[in-house]
Design a protein around this ligand. Structure first.
Ligand code: ADP
Ligand code: MG
Length: 314
């Protein structure tokens, strides 16, 4: 869907991105991660031509992006970032309608789309449509920002640290929201972050960057269990490795389905990291497990958390 072939970008003679090759597949959730100044934002902006690359080739849907009209290209790609935020003198509805207006959608269709998106992002349409950005909390503004990026049903969603300035609870809620939207709409998403746990939570594929170059790319599990260099190993944190691996697995992966016990249950969709926390908090060795319908479906044993965690997912 999006291919980088030996792409470089220079600012005042300094390479911000050098000889970068990437292949982002349709429907994939790709996360670009790396230290500050490693070239993540520049890479993202080259995709929608907010920044033009100097050498190499970038293709979108098989076609060189230089062959597209830049405006047309940008309308096919939603873009959400932390800092720009919303247009302050436009209300929520007007902000979300930005691209559909440019595309000259009929009014009724735009209105229906605004309500649909507010609903998708968990904001009551009647309550929020007419509010101005300053009348929203940070988390609500971010939600509207994501709604605006999704408005014209873009083929690609580009997000640059979209949840950066949020408190951990709101951030977690929005991460779950974007996972749900990704599963629901199946869109190609490229997200930039410097937060390792965010990358592990969201990504199908992680691209680790340093100094304008790709150090390693692969699934979250591959990067944790088979770091290609010392930098990759250090970046993902040697001391946190164990709990981070648990965050990639779910209770459903370890539940003993033939057993039943009494007690306050845990959902099978919860990560093993959260389960570990619950074991410690409750000071117990077994937890009853329920499925998505709340029906008992087995028992999670504390001892099973440490089984096979270094093996790649099958
Ligand atoms: N518009 C610009 N003008 C000059 N230098 C830039 C510009 N944009 C980015 N850079 C430089 O390019 C490098 C990569 O920046 P960036 O892509 O923003 O990194 P990241 O998003 O990973 O923090 C940095 O050294 C940065 O200072
Ligand atoms: Mg950046």
């Amino acid at each position: 869907m999006i291919e980088f072939e030996n792409v470089s970008k220079f600012f005042q003679g300094e390479a911000a991105v050098s000889d970068l090759s990437l292949n982002i597949k349709e429907g994939q959730f790709t996360v670009l991660i790396g230290t500050s100044g490693s070239g993540k934002s520049t890479t993202l902006k080259m995709i929608n031509r907010l920044v033009e690359h100097d050498t190499g080739r970038i293709r979108f849907a098989g076609e060189e992006i230089r062959n597209f009209d830049a405006k047309t290209l940008r309308r096919r790609m939603g873009y959400a970032i932390q800092s720009i935020g919303l247009f302050p003198h436009w209300n929520v509805a007007q902000n979300i309608a930005t691209v559909p207006q440019l595309l000259k959608w009929p009014k009724a269709r735009i209105n229906a789309r605004i309500d649909e998106l507010l609903d998708l992002l968990g904001l009551e349409a009647a309550q929020f449509r007419d509010r101005y950005p300053h009348q929203l909390s940070g988390g609500q503004q971010q939600r509207v920002g994501v709604a605006r990026a999704l408005a014209a049903d873009p083929e690609v969603l580009l997000m640059d640290e979209p949840f950066g300035a949020l408190d951990p609870v709101t951030r977690g809620a929005l991460q779950q929201e974007i996972i749900r939207i990704h599963q629901l709409l199946g869109r190609t998403i490229v997200l930039v972050t410097h937060d390792i746990d965010e990358a592990l939570t969201l990504a199908d594929r992680i691209v680790l960057m340093d100094n304008g170059q790709v150090i390693q790319q692969g699934t979250p599990l591959e990067l944790l269990t088979r770091p290609a260099t010392d930098f990759a190993r250090d970046f993902f944190g040697r001391s946190e490795l164990g709990v981070r691996l648990l965050s990639l697995r779910h209770v459903a992966d370890r539940v003993r389905t033939h057993e039943r016990i009494e007690g306050e249950p845990i959902s099978e969709s919860v990560t093993l990291r959260e389960a570990l926390s619950l074991f410690v908090h409750r000071q117990c060795r077994q937890l009853p497990v329920v499925n998505q319908h709340g029906e008992p479906c087995g028992v999670l044993h504390f001892s099973d958390l440490i089984e096979g965690e270094n093996a790649p997912a099958t």
